[in-house]
Design a protein around this ligand. Structure first.
Ligand code: HEC
Length: 121
């Protein structure tokens, strides 16, 4: 293959990968602010405007020590089926009818960024 064409293709590939990563991060952040922030806070620190009226404090998603105890699978279940499904407070709503499985996966990746932690292996 012509070297110049190859170079152009490689550059396009890099640009497209960058766009894909960017749009995922932006979308997950948007979803979080739209659906989760009223309780968990826009920064994920558990201090959303609704937090004070709840009997159980919303999880602080920036607390690496606490968040490291949860596996990605546990988080997907908690988000999809609500807090009650993982033995936690039902104040954590069911999102499986509002969000797609893909969106929930992106949100879990976003939570891992907020805590800058990984789950138990
Ligand atoms: C109406 C308030 C409210 C909203 C909105 C909300 N949460 Fe929660 N969430 C809670 C509360 C309260 C808890 C703590 C439950 C407990 O510890 O018993 C919680 C806990 C969690 C947990 C930890 C579950 C566990 O196993 O400890 C995750 C993960 C979570 N929320 C993600 C989300 C995501 C993602 C969204 C947005 C799609 C969201 N939450 C929206 C109230 C809320």
């Amino acid at each position: 293959m012509n070297k110049r064409i190859l170079t152009v293709l490689i550059i396009m590939g890099i640009l497209m990968a960058g766009v894909a990563t960017y749009s995922y991060a932006a979308d997950a952040q948007k979803l979080y602010v739209h659906y989760c922030a009223q309780c968990h806070g826009p920064k994920g620190d558990g201090k959303g405007p609704n937090a004070a009226s709840l009997t159980v404090a919303p999880k602080n998603h920036t607390d690496a020590k606490e968040m490291a105890k949860l596996s990605d699978k546990d988080m997907v279940t908690a988000i999809t089926e609500g807090g009650g499904s993982v033995g936690k407070s039902t104040a954590m709503p069911v999102w499986g009818k509002t969000l797609t499985a893909e969106e929930i996966k992106d949100l879990v990746a976003h939570l891992r960024k907020l805590c800058n932690c990984t789950g138990p292996s």
